[in-house]
Design a binder for this molecule. Sequence first.
Ligand SMILES: CC[C@@H](C(=O)O)C(=O)SCCNC(=O)CCNC(=O)[C@H](O)C(C)(C)COP(=O)(O)OP(=O)(O)OC[C@H]1O[C@@H](n2cnc3c(N)ncnc32)[C@H](O)[C@@H]1OP(=O)(O)O
Ligand SMILES: [Co+2]
Length: 134
Amino acid sequence: MIGRLNHVAIAVRDIGAASALYRDTLGAEVSAPEPLPEHGVTVVFITLPNTKIELLEPLGADSPIARFLDRNPDGGIHHICYEVADILAAREKLLESGARVLGSGEPKIGAHGKPVLFLHPKDFNGTLVELEQA
Ligand SMILES: CC[C@@H](C(=O)O)C(=O)SCCNC(=O)CCNC(=O)[C@H](O)C(C)(C)COP(=O)(O)OP(=O)(O)OC[C@H]1O[C@@H](n2cnc3c(N)ncnc32)[C@H](O)[C@@H]1OP(=O)(O)O
Ligand SMILES: [Co+2]
C-alpha cells in the first residue's frame, strides 16, 4: 500500500530559528514559512535529495501540535508521511484492519495540495503516520 517517504515532520517552537539552523548550519534548501490555519500549523519544507523535512510550528489556540510541544519542549520528530496511490482505498483497507483514522476520517488537503489522512500513533508503533495521495 505505502510507497515513497514523502516527508519527516519535526515540531518546533520557533520556525524561524529552526529554518536558519537547516539553511545556515546544515546548508539545506529551505522554503518560506506558510501558514495553514486549517491544519493549525505554520509549515516550512526542507528539500533533500531523497525526501523532505517538514518543520511545524503551532498556529492558533487549537493546534494539534501544542500538546506534543508541551510534552517535548525542545521539539522533536512528530510524524512520518508515506505516499499512497489511492487514499480512499488505503483508508478502507486500514479501517478493515482495525487502524484508527484521525479526525473526521475524511481526507483534508495537505501542504502539497493533495489529500492527506492521519493514523493514530498507538496503532503504528508509537509513530503518528500521515498518508498523502501521490
Ligand atoms: C502541513 C499540513 C500537513 C501536511 O500536509 O503535511 C501536516 O502535516 S499537519 C500536521 C499537524 N496535524 C496533525 O498532527 C493531525 C493529526 N494529529 C492529531 O489528531 C493529534 O495530534 C493526535 C495524534 C490525535 C494527538 O493528539 P493529542 O491531543 O496530543 O493526544 P493525546 O495527548 O491524547 O495523545 C494520545 C497519545 O498519543 C501520543 N502521541 C500524541 N502525539 C504523538 C505523536 N506525534 N507521535 C507519537 N505519539 C504521539 C501521546 O503521547 C499519548 O500517549 P500516552 O500518553 O501514552 O497515552
Ligand atoms: Co505532514
